[in-house]
Design a protein around this ligand. Structure first.
Ligand code: ADE
Length: 229
């Protein structure tokens, strides 16, 4: 899968994707993630990409032309005719696992990160196909939100998670929170690992864990249970 990020801060993306599971998947060429600097498409010698909003208001807006030129550049080496363009904005649909699953089926997606007070509406109207928020709070820019989206999509791309990790994912992609897990030592601070987990009886353990998952979900996120049960 190919993910291209349009941003004024490509280093923020590049630094974060080079580690752990995502970094390994890039090396294995299961993922291709490229951050493109919108500033490289500024049409003035000072590389200025922002200006004051017409009608007044605080802050600066990213201008339409460099965003459009950056987008055209991406399309020129695109794998697909009309890849989805996701604008990271607090006005967007709040990101969830089902959305991550949908987008993980795409061959290629483009993420657009705003900064300052946002982007000229005309280029948003022209190129954006989806608007996504990662929660009801305001970040200083779209990069952290883009990283959340990249991470949650990438781990669903075939081969990115190892067998063990995918198996775990299977067990929790049904809308329940994770059940509590324990490792050595068997007794910690006087607290013992639940007896059944030591029994070696896989069916009973699976059922115990499922009940625990329901219990945790009921206690911490009862609204999730409605779609599970
Ligand atoms: N940009 C600023 N805040 C954001 C948020 N909550 N989600 C996505 N992009 C954003």
């Amino acid at each position: 899968m190919k993910i291209i990020i349009m941003t004024l801060f490509p280093e923020m993306i590049e630094q974060s994707i080079s580690h752990s599971i995502i970094g390994r998947a890039i090396k294995k060429q299961l993922l291709e993630i490229t951050a493109i600097n919108i500033r490289d498409f500024a049409n003035n010698k000072h590389k200025k990409v922002d200006d004051y909003p017409f009608g007044g208001g605080v802050g600066m807006l990213i201008m339409a032309p460099p965003v459009k030129d950056c987008y055209n550049h991406i399309l020129s080496s695109s794998l697909t005719a009309n890849p989805p363009v996701i604008y990271m904005t607090p006005q967007g649909k709040v990101w969830n696992q089902a959305m991550a699953q949908e987008f993980s089926k795409e061959k290629e997606i483009i993420l657009l990160c705003g900064h300052y007070e946002g982007i000229d509406q005309r280029v948003i109207d022209e190129i954006v196909t989806h608007e996504v928020s990662i929660g009801d709070y305001i970040l200083t820019g779209g990069e952290l939100a883009a990283l959340v989206v990249i991470d949650s999509i990438s781990r669903l791309v075939e081969g990115v998670l190892g067998k063990q990790e995918s198996f775990q994912d299977e067990s929790f992609s049904h809308g329940l929170l994770e059940y509590p897990q324990y490792t050595k030592p068997r007794v910690y601070n006087g607290v013992e690992v639940p007896e059944i987990l030591l029994s070696g009886h896989h069916k009973n353990i699976a059922e115990y864990n499922r009940q625990k998952a329901i219990e945790v979900t009921r206690k911490k996120r009862p609204e999730l249970l409605k779609s599970y049960l």
